[in-house]
Ligand binder design. Structure first.
Ligand code: ADP
Ligand code: MG
Length: 457
């Protein structure tokens, strides 16, 4: 038996079965190192890079202890951003399929307060959220953590960067001192050790960085041709033809502008930055993840923690502020053993800054070697349909598939990823069939009801 088999852990039959169903055959290094300790009930502080499977490490741990019959909040996962909280909740829901009726609720800033009150009134076993909003609910007594068993800090370094420490301190006052506390962070600074000392007891420290298989990432640096970064970026795209890419900028304004300029050049791009409303951010992320958008132009904060599978390319449109940001950004490509491309653009006057990134594995390339393809375009294979009905309306993926593919409907192969949220659902449809699909869903019924349907663009 392999030591990285989940079956070596004292997990329930149902959990092991579910992991198998999800396709998790072996533990990732961070899971193999932390899970035995977590299942013993120890406090653990773990450092591992993005994409290493931290969510399942703490998720399996907290679900293992959960007493489903006791309908009260037993676990709290604190995250730095709403996107990350949504992603963690999503993964937890998949892991929680091992048992019936586990309620997982996200509580994040930027979302309306009222509906959260309604959901809280219905109760939950697990809360995932951002510190500020959780504190607000605790202060208003709409949330109680008296019965908390497990506290998780996900991306603790980022929460500190974002100045959440005061809120975190206040949240801690609302929970029992006896509890299991798990702390995950991509970096291991003095600040992280300090917070661990305050919130944890005899924490076991796990670092898996060295044992992990390195991402296969090719790092290339290009000086902008004729001082024109946009043109150089397009030439990078036309030379390497990535299926998708995230372009990082240092400012929100730039993110907006570059996305607009790319669109004018027929490169399908959307921006994600702090000025968007939460629903707009969600629309953008869904489209990027379901291949209805090929290029995401993002600031660091907006892209933090996103787990976008199979990201072909990361571009630093600006030289990042420091190695740490650089590493975080490029770590989004080349995941799960796939090859990734990390490109960095700089202007002639930034050469000194760029040179600080010189090392033996980074290639400083001649940008005149990039291909210039006349009329080059990047179009996504899918377009997204939005249906104004979600979990609240008991809409399931099967219902949407059924409504689209039923009599004289679309072929199943024309339908891509389906995402169901509380009040909305998103379906990726092959671009050439989008109008037909729109018509079919607008005229037809889903679960016997008429829902508004529109095309996201
Ligand atoms: P992190 O939080 O460390 O950045 P995630 O928890 O988001 O990483 O996991 C990254 C990806 O790896 C996710 O898509 C997740 O579903 C997948 N994953 C996690 N654990 C396993 C496993 N044991 N086997 C296969 N895939 C896994
Ligand atoms: Mg994570």
């Amino acid at each position: 038996m392999n030591t990285t088999d989940f079956s070596n852990l004292p997990l329930s039959k149902e959990m092991l079965h579910n992991l198998n169903e999800i396709g998790y055959t072996e533990m990732t290094p961070v899971q193999a190192e932390t899970l035995p300790l977590i299942l013993e009930g120890r406090d653990v502080i773990a450092q591992a890079k993005t994409g290493s499977g931290k969510t399942a490490a703490f998720g399996i741990g907290l679900l293992h202890k959960l007493q489903v019959k006791k309908f009260r909040v037993q676990a709290l996962v604190l995250c730095p951003t709403r996107e990350l909280a949504d992603q963690v909740a999503k993964e937890l829901r998949v892991l929680a399929r091992c048992a019936h009726n586990i309620k997982i609720l996200t509580l994040c800033g930027g979302a309306a307060f009222g509906p959260q009150l309604g959901s809280l009134a219905h109760g939950a076993h697990i809360i995932v959220g951002t510190p500020g909003r959780i504190l607000k609910h605790l202060d208003k007594k709409t949330l109680t953590l008296e019965h908390l068993e497990t506290l998780v800090f996900d991306e603790a370094d980022r929460m500190l960067d974002m100045g959440f420490i005061e809120e975190i301190d206040k949240v801690l006052e609302y929970m029992p001192k006896t509890r299991q506390t798990l702390l995950f962070s991509a970096t291991y600074t003095d600040e992280i050790t300090a917070i661990s000392k305050r919130v944890q007891k005899d924490a076991m420290s796990v670092k898996t960085v060295s044992t992990e298989v390195a991402n296969k990432i090719t790092e290339r640096f290009y000086e902008a041709q004729n001082g024109n970064k946009l043109e150089t970026l397009v030439n990078i795209f036309s030379t390497f033809l990535p299926e998708n890419a995230i372009v990082f900028t240092n400012t929100k304004l730039e993110a907006k502008e570059i996305a607009e300029q790319l669109q004018k050049l027929h490169i399908d791009a959307l921006a994600i930055h702090g000025d968007l409303e939460q629903y707009e951010r969600n629309d953008v992320l869904v489209q990027f993840a379901n291949k209805s958008c090929t290029v995401l132009v993002a600031t660091d904060v907006a892209a933090r923690g996103l787990d976008i599978k199979e990201l072909a390319m990361v571009v630093n449109y600006d030289i990042p502020h420091g190695e740490e940001t650089y590493t975080h950004r490029i770590g989004r490509t080349g995941r799960a053993g796939n090859e990734g491309l990390a490109m960095t653009l700089y202007n002639t006057y930034e050469i000194q800054n760029a040179n600080e990134y010189q090392n033996t594995t980074r290639l400083f390339e001649d940008s005149s070697m990039l291909k210039k393809v006349k009329g080059f375009e990047m179009r996504p294979p899918y377009v997204t349909l939005v249906i104004e009905g979600g979990k609240k309306d008991k809409v399931r993926a099967g219902d949407l598939l059924g409504a689209l593919t039923g009599e004289a409907g679309l072929a199943g192969s024309a339908i891509g990823k389906i995402d169901i949220y509380e009040r909305q659902s998103y379906v990726a449809i092959e671009s050439r069939l989008i109008d037909a699909a729109h018509k079919k869903l607008s005229n037809g019924k889903i679960k016997g009801k008429n829902f508004s349907v529109w095309i996201l663009q």
